[in-house]
Design a binder for this molecule. Structure first.
Ligand code: FMN
Length: 360
C-alpha cells in the first residue's frame, strides 16, 4: 500500500464535525491534490458498538479513494475499546490516526474525550502507546494550548510543555497539531471556544523550538496563503479549519504555491465537476440537500451568491419531499447547472498566457 502520509505535505484541512464529511472532502480534492484531509471526529464507541455491522461501519468509515492522504480522527479514552477499533481503521486503509484532545463540548467531557484529556497527559500517552503497539500507522494528537474548568487549571505554558513531553516520551507521539487557543470548558460553549480565547501563536513556535525533532503543526484563525507561509517559517505544518469551509476557493492558492500549479479552475468549473458526484450519490441513496450546501463556501463573496444559495436551498428542500427513487437525475443536473446562471462569469489570471481570462 502506498504511504501517502510520509510525503512532505505541510498543509492539512481540519477535522470539522458535520462539515468535513466525505462529500466536502471530495469537493476539496477537486481543488487540492496537496492538502492532507482529516475525517470528522468519530467516537470509539461508534465503531466499537457497530463492529459487527458492515453496513453501519461502511456509513461511518467509507470514503472516496481520491481522498488519500486521509487521517482518521478518533474521540475517546477507553483503551480496551480503542484497541478493538484500530484493526478496523487499518482495514479501511486510512493513512494515519489522530487523537482528539481539543474538542471542548460538554458531551465530550462526560465521555472523557476531547480537551479534558489535556488534564491527563499520562492517559493520552498510554492511548498513543497502545495504538502504536497494534499498528504502524502514524499517530498524532490534536489539542489546545491548555484547558480550564471549574476543577482544573492547566493554562500555563509549562502545562502545555509537560503534556507534549509526556505524550512524546511515554507515548511515542511525534506529531502534535496545536489549536493555538485555550479551551474554557464551562465558561464557553464549543463555538465560543473557537472564537473568544485569544490566539497565542508564539507558544506553538516556542514548542517547536523546544522540541525541534517533533512535527509541530499550528491551527487556529489561519485564512490566507500568506499567513500559511509566515507560520511555516516557525513550524512544520499548518492546519486550516473554518476558512476551508467558509471560503473554499482560497484552497486553490495552496496547490499553486506548493505544487507550482500555474492555472486554476474557476468556481463554476469546480462546481460543474462536482455535479457528477452528486448524481452518483443520489444513485447511492444520498439526497442532494445533504451534499450541495458544502459547496456554498466556494462562492463566498461573489455577487448574487446569497440569492443563489437561497434558490438552491429552496429547490433542494422541495426535492427532499420526494422519495429518493423519484428524483430524476436529469432534472437534478439541470437544476444545478441552471443555478449557475445566477452567478456572474468569473475572471482569473491565466498564467500561461499571462493575461486575464473570462470564463463563460
Ligand atoms: C463546525 C466545526 C466542527 C469541528 N469539529 C471538530 C472535530 O470533530 N474534531 C476536532 O479536532 N476539531 C473540530 N473542530 C475544530 C477545528 O478542527 C479547528 O481546530 C478550529 O476550527 C480552529 O481552526 P480554524 O480557526 O482554522 O477554524 C471543529 C470546528 C468547527 C468549526
Amino acid at each position: 500500500m502506498m504511504n501517502y502520509y510520509n510525503q512532505d505535505r505541510k498543509v492539512s484541512i481540519a477535522p470539522m464535525m458535520d462539515w468535513t464529511d466525505k462529500h466536502f472532502r471530495f469537493l476539496i480534492r477537486l481543488i487540492s491534490k496537496y492538502v492532507i484531509l482529516y475525517t470528522e471526529m468519530i467516537s470509539e464507541h461508534a465503531i466499537y458498538y457497530n463492529r459487527n455491522s458492515l453496513k453501519k461501519l461502511k456509513s461511518l468509515l467509507d470514503y472516496n479513494p481520491c481522498e488519500h492522504p486521509i487521517i482518521f480522527q478518533i474521540g475517546g479514552s477507553n483503551i480496551p475499546i480503542i484497541k478493538e477499533c484500530i484493526p478496523i481503521i487499518e482495514e479501511w486503509n486510512y493513512d494515519g490516526i489522530n487523537i482528539n484532545c481539543g474538542c471542548p463540548s460538554e458531551r465530550v467531557q462526560d465521555g472523557k474525550f476531547g480537551a479534558i484529556l489535556m488534564a491527563e497527559p499520562k492517559l493520552v500517552a498510554n492511548i498513543t502507546k497502545e495504538i502504536k503497539k497494534i499498528t504502524n500507522l502514524p499517530v498524532s494528537i490534536k489539542h489546545r494550548l491548555g484547558i480550564k474548568s471549574n476543577q482544573i487549571d492547566k493554562t500555563n505554558y509549562n502545562d502545555l510543555k509537560e503534556f507534549i513531553e509526556v505524550c512524546y516520551k511515554e507515548g511515542g507521539c511525534e506529531h502534535f497539531i496545536i489549536h493555538a487557543r485555550h479551551a474554557y470548558l464551562q465558561k464557553y460553549n464549543p463555538k465560543q471556544n473557537r472564537i473568544i480565547p485569544p490566539l497565542i501563536y508564539e507558544w506553538v513556535y516556542k514548542i517547536k523550538d523546544e522540541f525541534p525533532n517533533l512535527k509541530i503543526e499550528i491551527n487556529g484563525g489561519i485564512k490566507t496563503i500568506e499567513e500559511i507561509k509566515k507560520h511555516l517559517e516557525y513550524v512544520d505544518g499548518v492546519m486550516i479549519g473554518r476558512a476551508s469551509y467558509e471560503n473554499t476557493y482560497f484552497i486553490c492558492s495552496i496547490d499553486e504555491f506548493f505544487l507550482n500549479q500555474n492555472s486554476r479552475l474557476t468556481r463554476k468549473e469546480i462546481f460543474k465537476k462536482f455535479i457528477p458526484y452528486v448524481i452518483e450519490q443520489l444513485q447511492e441513496g444520498i439526497y442532494p440537500h445533504s451534499i450541495i450546501p458544502h459547496t456554498f463556501g466556494l462562492f463566498n463573496g461573489i455577487k448574487n451568491s446569497k440569492k443563489w444559495k437561497q434558490y438552491l436551498t429552496e429547490h433542494l428542500l422541495k426535492l427532499k419531499q420526494n422519495s429518493i427513487e423519484n428524483i430524476n437525475p436529469v432534472d437534478l443536473y439541470n437544476l444545478l447547472i441552471k443555478s449557475l446562471d445566477m452567478l456572474p462569469d468569473e475572471t482569473y489570471f491565466n498564467y500561461e498566457e499571462n493575461r486575464i481570462t473570462t470564463f463563460l
